[in-house]
Design a protein around this ligand. Sequence first.
Ligand SMILES: [Zn+2]
Length: 86
Amino acid sequence: MRTILIVLLILILGSWYLRRNESRPETNRPQQRTPLPPAEKMVRCAECGIYLPASEARSIAQTGTTGTPLYFCCDAHHNAFQKRHV
Ligand SMILES: [Zn+2]
């Protein structure tokens, strides 16, 4: 009987402690989230079609008629594109 009373007391004190922590105002919480950096522009390789961040694109070429930049995931794809289109 004494064991049951001790377990009940522990459960009641535990739930009281958890509710007390949940109801604390936001200012007492240890850290605030830092904003995420802005998303980087993704570009498509003109040869294989894979998308990669613009900062990792290896080569950029200008098309002759439209002036739209072309991005390539590696030099090999840049060279293959140049061989087919020049
Ligand atoms: Zn590619």
